[in-house]
Design a protein around this ligand. Sequence first.
Ligand SMILES: [Zn+2]
Length: 432
Amino acid sequence: MASRLIGKLVVFAVIIAVAGVAWLALRDTAPPEISLDPAGGAVSSRPIRVMVRDAGSGVRKIVISAAGQGGPVTVFSKDYPAGAKDVKESFTLSQAGLKDGRFSLTVAALDHRAIGENRAEKSFTFTFDTEPPKITVKTIAHNINQGGAGLIVYAVSEDAPKSGVAVGERFFHGYRQASGDYYCLFVFPWDSTLSGYSPRVVADDAAGNSGEAGFGFLPKPKAFKRDTISLSDKFLNEKMPQFQRSFPDVKSPVDLFLKANRDLRRDNAKTLLELGMKTDTKPLWRGSFFRMDGTATMAGFADTRSYMYNGGKIDEQTHLGFDLASSEHAPVPAANDGKVVLAGFFGIYGECVVIDHGLGLQSLYGHLSRIDVKPGDSVKRGQTIGLSGATGMAGGDHLHFGMMLSGWPVNPLEWFDEHWIKDNVTGKMAGI
Ligand SMILES: [Zn+2]
């Protein structure tokens, strides 16, 4: 009896063991999941990413083939040891011998299931495009003052998600108009040398091919003023506490001044670059920019300012706007039609408003004592947006008026001048 019982137990144990092995070998019933980035559209020879995931037994093999006008060519093949559950790879099409036009990529993936491996296959359709966009410049005679702006009109031979004028590290976006042409406002930076200034139009298509075109321009160099500002203890004691919230650990008013004048100024400049992207693709402004009544103070655009304290120079910065002094708490008008993109405390500019006028052109109103608008408001030329004041880095009640292109400061004086605008901007738009 005992031996029969043992015999039964052995048979039972074998059945359990076989079932266990079979379960281990077959339990992974799900094939690998495949995804590509990009998963379609126009591509060139830039790398394409492939992601394969197999949560069960893991990825064993990936094979990718490309088929265009000719038969399929393997562009990627790799084996993986057990345990590779999340595989991310990238590959290029440079060896695929593709011609420009439609083609498909087929990704096949196997997993590690011991018996009867799971296979997944997925196909993706693309357009192979190695042709850079061709740029046709439609405007001529681009005269441009140092620190000032110019407009160029160009056409691009194919859809270009990014195009504009590159000026060294600065980039000025072009905006496509209903006609299909692009308008681009660009600058001759105040801090550029004449020989180092070489703007060019660039356009990137969806596949990442980059086209480039030069254009005729006549840059006029300009010398900017130097100015000295003496900091009194009265000014520092009265004005610096407002920056304490930005630098809670800094104690002395002089150190707070240096922090605000350097770090906060730099932060503000960075924010202006981000705001420069929040722009309308069409011009919102009409005619010249309204200049608030009042006297221009000593401070002009791109003045280099030396800051003196107790007889010594403690800092140097560039004043990138235009200062106008009127009566205290004078109404401040919007310089032109546009949309408010910033309204509130803004570092060295204190209580501040920034208005977008489209095509990357924006105006800034600093040191206000009161703000009457909020972000998103549409404003009209001459409409009161607040009252002048002395908030932020300001010694007395005045308006700091700034203008930016794609966030980079430009000389506001050009935009007060109807003739300059007609000759250099709107006339060029109309002349196409
Ligand atoms: Zn100013």
